[in-house]
Design a protein around this ligand. Structure first.
Ligand code: ADP
Length: 259
């Protein structure tokens, strides 16, 4: 494995009390820098802009109106990058902010520009930190799509950059036969090779309180990865050191890969 895309969800970046998980972010910076130093190419896709913005502006309840969410995300995005910059610099790793929309892949020119920029950043030993450009990316027509969720974007980036693996870090150990917070009988899938309606139904229900995408958007991401004949691992991002285990081949989380 040489090229890795890591996606970290809001639930791993924000504590249940609404405070930013600075220790988690620091560990993530340590792990990703270590991988860089070992010659891996690493791209981080990070959610959390709304959560960080809520913490900064001292807003307790996630706003319902889209324009308010966008405003809070705009505040949180620069604060989030500030935190990442600081933590990564602690390990002497430079970072760059890249804001994308999902349709970049639909237009040859924007597609080429994104690839060129990301390739160049990695060649310069700068770690790209990607988020969706929340100011422009709202899709009012698509109600299955939740605002601020980067699951599918991370799969699009992994596909675009021919990544060997997409590591998706969430607040849950992997994909279960039912939402474990509602069904104590739920069992963890260690591998999934095709995504069918049964699995989509098992992913039903909403995400956690602070998360946004829930499991359905993670399965949609996995579908893209499977279509591209690549691999995705969904695992618990607490602690981020789990990335070392995943890359070492330890069986943790759920591996999505063609059989
Ligand atoms: P993140 O913020 O990391 O993207 P989300 O909160 O959006 O995470 O999604 C993870 C949540 O999805 C879990 O905490 C769990 O409550 C929920 N979930 C629903 N169905 C399942 C399932 N079948 N297996 C695992 N988690 C599920």
């Amino acid at each position: 494995v040489n090229r890795i895309v890591v996606k970290i969800g809001t639930s791993s970046l924000i504590h249940p009390n609404g405070k930013v998980n600075l220790d988690g972010i620091d560990q993530l910076a340590f792990v990703l820098t270590d991988l860089r130093n070992k010659g891996k190419e690493v791209i981080l896709v990070s959610s959390g802009a709304i959560g960080v913005g809520m913490d900064k502006l001292r807003i307790a309840e996630r706003p319902k109106e889209i324009p308010v969410q966008q405003a809070v995300a705009a505040v949180g995005q620069s604060e989030l990058m500030h935190i990442y910059n600081q933590r990564f610099l602690g390990y002497s790793q430079q970072t760059a902010q890249v804001l994308l929309t999902r349709d970049v892949v639909d237009f040859p020119e924007s597609r080429r520009n994104v690839i060129n920029t990301l390739e160049q950043l990695m060649a310069m030993d700068i770690l790209p930190i990607i988020n969706e450009n929340d100011t422009v990316a709202v899709d009012e027509m698509d109600h299955t799509r939740k605002f601020g969720d980067n699951d599918e974007l991370s799969a699009i980036v992994a596909q675009l950059m021919n990544a060997d693996v997409l590591i998706m870090l969430s607040d849950i150990d992997g994909f279960y036969s039912a939402n474990p917070s509602e069904d104590k009988q739920a069992v963890l899938y260690s591998t999934v090779s095709t995504i069918n309606q049964t699995l989509m139904d098992q992913a039903g229900g909403n995400g956690s309180r602070f998360g946004t995408g829930g499991m359905i958007s993670k399965l949609k991401a996995a579908q893209r990865i499977l279509d591209a004949k690549s691999a995705m691992v969904l695992a618990n991002g607490k602690p981020p050191r789990i990335i070392f285990d995943i890359l070492a081949g330890v069986e943790v989380g759920t591996l999505f890969k063609e059989g």
